[in-house]
Design a protein around this ligand. Structure first.
Ligand code: SAH
Length: 347
């Protein structure tokens, strides 16, 4: 019988200590191994020179060192955005997008293969849900982009394919590993997690008092509209979601970011902007207005520029902080889920 290989890149130092001492190794080997995987970020056991050859052989036999094949790499000619399509060990695909801002490089990563949230405007959910990503698969997207560009990634957004709070334990483990001082050491203050609003998990996150930024995909100002475009709203209404968000800011004192994709004729009227301002007034937040990206099956149209700026003005006039998100990587179809869909169609 073939035993399942151990996913060691998903393990914490104490877990590695238990594993290695169980193999008859001294404890300090755990930190050495962790450092090869998460600080030097090598891709083979053979490179781990300060580990005994016999241990390297044993690790090769029993463990996997999660790595991807880069299936496609598209670089925008206009703004340097890079879109990666990776093939995972089991043949599934996942995407990341690297974006360049004045304040540094931001990487948008995926947390699941597909998604089961079913938002009507979203490409990632159209082909359904396949599986969760492991902590090492979430992490390896960060390491792979760093290796590819040789540049420092200064912030991470969990805003690619998948619903991070639907893969809660693996995402928490990822957050722990990526911030480890013995590894990449990226502060939680530079990480944003975007959710369609799994209210029970928002309370749990708040109680953990992490320093990450929470982004809420709101996209509607009343339950009727949100029910129609985001199935999660059948379970938790806008009122319950915003109550959880208030709890989150009270606990963490972190400003929440609300994502609002403007869809022509659906959620972009001046009246809806007034409603949004009323919902958010007085809360510590920021609204990101995003012209909706075209997705074939959805058939939604972007709002006009004039309508978007009018929407923003209504919010700002009412004291709600709002910006219009700059479109990056327009020439490479950088919106989430697009490359994976193309790959699935052509295979
Ligand atoms: N599941 C998480 C994170 C992934 S989606 C979430 O829902 O937040 C990342 C962001 O892109 C979300 O705000 C999502 O609502 C938005 N989005 C999805 N499809 C879009 C589209 N076609 N145009 C604009 N934004 C979209």
């Amino acid at each position: 019988m073939k035993t399942i290989a151990i996913d060691i890149k998903s393990m914490t130092i104490p877990e590695l200590e238990a594993l290695l001492t169980g193999m008859g190794q001294p404890r300090f080997r755990a930190k050495q191994l962790f450092s090869w995987m998460h600080d030097k970020r090598v891709l083979s056991f053979d490179e781990m020179k300060n580990l005994p050859a016999s241990l390297r052989e044993q690790l090769k036999r029993d463990c996997t060192l999660t790595a991807f094949t880069t299936e496609r790499r598209l670089c925008s000619q206009t703004d340097g955005t890079i879109k990666y399509l990776y093939r995972l060990g089991d043949g599934e695909y996942v995407e990341s997008v690297l974006m360049r801002y004045e304040h540094g490089i931001s990487l948008c990563i995926s947390t699941q293969v597909g998604c089961r949230m079913g938002c009507s405007f979203c490409a990632s959910t159209k082909a359904g849900f396949v599986r969760h990503l492991t902590p090492s698969e979430i992490l390896e997207q960060v390491y792979a982009a760093g290796r590819d560009t040789g540049e420092r990634i200064s912030s991470i957004v969990l805003m690619g394919i998948g619903e991070p709070l639907d893969n809660f334990d693996n995402v928490l483990r990822f957050l722990e590993l990526v911030a480890a001082p013995e590894g990449l050491n990226l502060s939680h203050r530079h990480i944003s997690l975007s959710t369609c609003g799994l209210v029970n998990r928002i309370y749990e996150l708040a109680d953990m008092d992490l320093q990450i930024t929470l982004s809420i995909s709101l996209h509607a100002t009343n339950d009727e509209t949100r029910d129609a475009i985001m199935p999660v709203n059948h379970k938790w209404k806008i009122g319950e979601l915003l109550k959880a968000c208030r709890y989150y800011t009270d606990k963490t004192h972190r400003r929440i970011s609300y994502e609002y994709s403007l869809i022509s004729g659906v959620n972009d009227s001046p009246q809806q902007a007034v409603e949004l301002a009323a919902l958010l007034k007085g809360s510590l937040c920021h609204v990101n207005l995003i012209p909706v990206n075209y997705v074939e099956e959805a058939g939604y149209e972007k709002s006009s520029r004039q309508r978007i700026y009018q929407f923003q003005k209504v919010l700002c006039d009412r004291g709600v902080n709002a910006t219009v998100r700059r479109t990056l990587g327009a020439d490479i179809d950088a919106a989430c889920g697009q490359l994976r869909r193309q790959a699935l169609r052509s295979s």
